[in-house]
Design a protein around this ligand. Structure first.
Ligand SMILES: [Zn+2]
Length: 198
């Protein structure tokens, strides 16, 4: 990677290394309509002395996060007080610098978390709603798994008759719906907190 735009050659590697998600808000490319809604961000901005073609300074991010972050970087006074960006490549951010509450709001635990959330506006309404939806889907998925297991058990325990055939059709329908929900959740923002997952 050389010159002013050499870093763009890193795109396929960055996409893979960041799991096709925004390094800051965690949104998956597919949720935003594909990779064209994403771009390469210099974690430490070039205008603040960040290297232009150093792979470790390049992050794969959604365009809204990139625009919001722009060339923001903490002042030396802020740095002294611990106000800085959490670096998802070098440290655990979720659970250490911030946690997610049930209503989808990210809450800071440290000055770093406070700076990170506020500067990147990680509680913007779309993201909050997206996290809330994802949490509700997880709950529904867990309920669906439980129902499926109960239904399976009932079918196994009873003699085969007309009602059993209907139950089997229901079971097959439920299994298909579970698959749809599971695929949707694969594209959701990863859970920030450690929750009971399926
Ligand atoms: Zn983002």
């Amino acid at each position: 990677m050389r010159g002013r735009t050499g870093y763009r050659n890193a795109e396929p590697y960055l996409r893979r290394d960041f799991g096709f998600r925004c390094a800051y808000c965690g949104v998956h490319e597919q949720t935003k309509g594909g990779s064209q809604a994403f771009c390469i961000d210099h974690f430490k901005p070039q205008s603040k002395g960040g290297p232009i073609n150093d792979y470790t300074n390049l992050y794969w991010v959604c365009i809204p996060c990139n625009i919001i972050k722009h060339n923001k970087w903490p002042t030396s006074e802020q740095l002294r007080r611990g106000y800085r960006f959490a670096d998802p490549c070098r440290e655990q951010d979720a659970g250490v610098h911030f946690i997610e509450s049930d209503n989808g709001l990210l809450q800071p635990l440290t000055p770093c978390g406070e700076y990170h959330i506020a500067t990147l506006r990680l509680n913007r309404s779309w993201l909050q709603q997206h996290r809330r939806d994802r949490t509700q889907k997880w709950t529904r998925l867990n309920e669906a798994y439980q129902l499926r297991d109960e239904l399976k058990h009932v079918i196994q325990e009873r003699p085969t008759d007309e009602a059993t055939v209907t139950m089997q059709r229901l079971l097959s329908f439920l299994s298909q719906e579970i698959e749809v929900l599971r695929n949707e959740l694969t594209m959701a923002i990863p859970m920030w907190q450690s929750k009971e997952h399926v």
